[in-house]
Every structure is written in structure tokens, then in C-alpha cells.
Design a protein around this ligand. Structure first.
Ligand code: AMP
Ligand code: GLY
Length: 425
């Protein structure tokens, strides 16, 4: 099977890597990919995030299956265009991806399907938004309705800060049109965890759970980022809890999207808070999590290509996934300043030696090749994933590896997987 991956980030690096290890897959292509993917697959130098470009890339590569990584192309209708052209696609059509494209729409569907989530309302007027915020009380949760690269959410205990966040979104349009409408919701307490499930629109097969770290600095300080690291499995979310999430949250959501005339085909991502009243949805995404995927796929033992194809073709029922019992920790190496402004073009060294180590895999996220040199080219530069018999061993291996990689302005968190190591040891 010839598989084309659309996208260029750390998640797509992990998807491409797992596909190259799948017995069912003969060739892996990526558009546009990145220098890390280029070492293991054939990359096409085209940005395939528009429907026309995606179709062109799939035709050029004669793809048997197209896997769409990021949310933006899905929301833009890349899945629809590819399907219209006869391609098998892993990833929802635009109407189903709308659960990520609009937080208010996702909330409406959750309410309709009886899926447990935070109380909420959507507003496009500052005064009314602030009124509902006051009704709920602190901590305040303010979200841009539309896509904002994971940065449109503010959680604050200070009322002034929350009011400014409402103004930033609705009046000052800090997130452009994505913030013209805001969702104000109840604060959910409890550990967060992510469950990604494959669904062909009917059948559902869950992955094991993972947890990501959204804040920029250790101990969850600093601004929200796209994700600074992840680990899997999650000791505070045992298999019984994961089963409950599948039956109380994922399965009803899959039925509700189908009933709404927008059946979901692909990876349905539930970000959850494990509250004292049970698991509650923080958000749904229409794709694999980034960076959860970088900690999940190194643990997958099943043929990844096969399950993606079964999902894309409505044949998922009866599939089972096998996971390694080992722990995986994935640490993101970012550019100083991220998620704000940062420099690029710093030379990266030490990668070859680190990549040669057992049980370590390095996924590129924001890198570029300049002449003979590999340089930084994004906020998140690399994700370094390591497996171990437990979280203590996985962390040790991951951090030894990150120590071996250097570039000017390297920023990372040092507490990835620490809670899991403490809980499970
Ligand atoms: P989202 O993009 O909706 O996942 O929000 C980003 C992050 O903000 C989440 O991972 C949580 O850490 C936090 N967050 C979002 N919604 C809530 C909520 N209702 N209660 C507590 N924290 C939240
Ligand atoms: N890790 C959170 C996300 O992928 O949106």
C-alpha cells in the first residue's frame, strides 16, 4: 500500500515513522513533510493543505491511502476533495471536522448526545460574555470559538485578566475571525488525559491514553503552547476509566455526529478532565494529538497502516490494537521564546548520535536544511521519544537523549512524565 501523509509537524513525523514500520505499507510519502520525514520517506515539496493541492499530490504519488495530519486542511475540506476524486482518506470531511473548527458547535453536539462536559455559552458581545463569566465565578475559562493553533484558550483566576481576554478576542481580534465569538465555560478540575479513538463513522477502536503538557514551563507555569511533551500510558487513567470514556463519551459523540449528517471518519481526539464526578470533555479534536502521537505510536505493536485503511474504508469493526506495556516519554525541544516570538536558523547538533541509541526516536517538528546544516525553523523543533520498562527508565533515557542534542536557544521542560513516574513507582 502506498500512503501519503499530509502535514509537516512532529505529529506527521510520528505518523510517517509508524507507517514505515507497518508490514501492510510499501511506500510512504509526505507533502510537504520535513527534513526528518525526508530521511525515512519520500517528500513532495508542495504544501498540500488546500483541497486542490492535496488531490494533485495524491494523484502524483498514486496514493492508495491519504492520511491528513493537521486540523486546518481537514476544516478546509481536503478530505471531501480527495474522496470526491476517489481516494481513500483517513481524516473527516469538513462538516465532521467542524467539531474542532468551532468550539460552540462541538459543545452543541455534546449537549445533544448527553456527553459530559463543562457548562458553557457562546457570545459575540463582551458584556454578555462577562455576565456569564461572573455567574460561573473563578477560575475563568475563555475560549476563542475558532481555530487558534491551540493558543485561543485562557484559564485565569483573576477577573481582570479574563475580561481582557474576552476583549482581546471579540474587540481587538487578537485571533482574527477565530475569536469573533467566544465560549465561556465552567472550570473543570482534575488531571487531564487524552484519548484518541479510530472511528469509521460507526465502529470505534480506542488507543491507549496519553497525557500532554500544554504550558511552556515546568510545574505547568507560563502560557499555553501547542504542547511541550507527552507520555503514555497514564497511570491515573486505568483501563476501566478508558473504557468508561469510550462508552460514555466517544461512542455517543460518534453516534451524534452521524445523526447530525456529518459522520466522523478518522481519529477522534477527546481531551478530558478526570473530575471527581467522572471524566468530562475539555475539547474534541478532529485528528491525532500533537504531541500525544509522539508518545503513543512508539508503543503500538499492531500494523498501523492496516488500522488506518480499515478506518478509511468502513471496515474497522472487529479490529484490535496491540500495545507495548512499556512506558513512553516524549520531550519537545523548542526555540526560546515559544509560544511567543523566537529566532530560527540555529544549527542543530548531536542528532545522529542520539538517533542511533536503542529505544529512542527523534521526530522533527520545526527543522530545515541549509546547505549541509540542519537548523531550527519553528517554535517546536524536535520531539524526543524514549521507551522504558517504567516511567523512571523512560524519563532517564529521554532526558539523556535531549542532553545530547544542542542548538542555540534550546528550551525544554524537565518534568515530562514526572507525575507518572511518581505515581507508578
Ligand atoms: P483547549 O484548547 O480547549 O483544549 O484548552 C486548552 C487547555 O486549557 C486545556 O488543555 C486545559 O488545560 C485548559 N482548559 C480548557 N478548558 C478548560 C476547562 N473548562 N476547565 C479547566 N481547564 C480548561
Ligand atoms: N495536544 C493537544 C492537541 O493536539 O490539540
Amino acid at each position: 500500500m502506498r500512503v501519503l501523509v499530509i502535514g509537516s509537524g512532529g505529529r506527521e513525523s510520528a505518523l510517517a515513522w509508524a507507517l514505515t514500520r507497518s508490514p501492510s505499507v510499501t511506500s510512504v510519502f509526505a507533502a510537504p513533510g520535513n527534513p526528518g520525514i525526508a530521511r525515512i520517506a519520500e517528500v513532495l515539496d508542495v504544501d498540500a493543505s488546500s483541497p486542490a493541492a492535496a488531490v494533485e499530490a495524491a494523484r502524483t504519488m498514486n496514493a492508495d491511502l491519504v492520511v491528513v495530519g493537521p486540523e486546518a486542511p481537514l476544516v478546509a475540506g481536503v478530505g471531501d476533495a480527495l474522496r470526491r476524486d476517489g481516494f481513500k482518506v483517513f481524516g473527516p470531511n469538513a462538516n465532521a471536522a467542524h467539531i474542532e473548527g468551532s468550539k460552540a458547535y462541538a459543545k452543541e453536539l455534546m449537549d445533544r448526545g448527553g456527553v459530559p462536559t463543562a457548562r458553557w455559552q457562546a457570545f459575540d458581545e463582551v458584556d454578555k460574555a462577562v455576565g456569564f463569566m461572573d455567574e460561573l465565578g473563578p477560575p475563568y475559562v475563555v475560549k476563542a470559538d475558532g481555530l487558534a493553533a491551540g493558543k485561543g484558550v485562557l484559564v485565569a483566576s483573576e477577573r481582570d485578566e479574563a475580561v481582557e481576554a474576552v476583549r482581546d478576542r471579540i474587540e481587538r481580534r487578537v485571533f482574527g475571525d477565530a475569536g469573533a465569538s467566544v465560549v465561556i465555560e465552567e472550570f473543570l478540575d482534575g488531571e487531564e488525559t487524552s484519548l484518541i479513538a479510530f472511528t469509521d463513522g460507526e465502529a470505534v477502536v480506542g488507543c491507549e491514553v496519553a497525557q500532554d503538557y500544554k504550558r511552556a514551563f515546568d510545574d505547568d507555569a507560563g502560557p499555553n503552547t501547542g504542547g511541550m511533551g507527552s507520555y503514555s500510558p497514564v497511570p491515573v487513567c486505568p483501563p476501566e476509566t478508558a473504557d468508561r470514556i469510550l462508552s460514555e463519551i466517544i461512542e455517543p459523540m460518534v453516534r451524534t455526529t452521524a445523526d447530525a449528517g456529518a459522520p466522523f471518519v478518522g481519529a477522534l481526539y477527546a481531551g478530558l478532565a478526570l473530575t471527581s464526578r467522572g471524566p468530562r470533555v475539555v475539547e474534541f479534536n478532529a485528528r491525532f494529538g500533537d504531541p500525544e502521537t509522539q508518545a503513543l505510536l512508539p508503543r503500538l505493536r499492531s500494523d498501523f497502516g492496516e488500522v488506518l485503511l480499515a478506518t478509511a474504508t468502513g471496515e474497522l469493526s472487529g479490529s484490535r490494537l496491540e500495545w507495548s506495556p512499556r512506558s513512553c516519554v516524549s520531550v519537545v525541544l523548542a526555540s526560546a521564546g515559544y509560544p511567543g516570538s523566537y529566532d530560527t536558523g540555529a544549527e542543530i547538533s548531536g542528532l545522529d548520535e542520539v538517533e542511533a541509541r536503542d529505544d529512542v526516536v527523534v521526530f522533527h517538528a520545526g527543522t530545515a536544511v541549509e546547505g549541509e546544516r540542519l537548523v531550527t525553523a519553528g517554535g517546536r523543533v524536535l520531539a524526543v521519544s524514549a521507551l522504558g520498562i517504567d516511567f523512571v527508565a523512560a524519563r532517564e533515557r529521554a532526558y539523556e537523549a535531549t542532553n545530547g542534542i544542542t542548538f542555540e536557544g534550546k528550551h525544554q521542560r524537565f518534568d515530562i512524565g514526572l507525575r507518572a513516574a511518581e505515581v507508578s513507582s
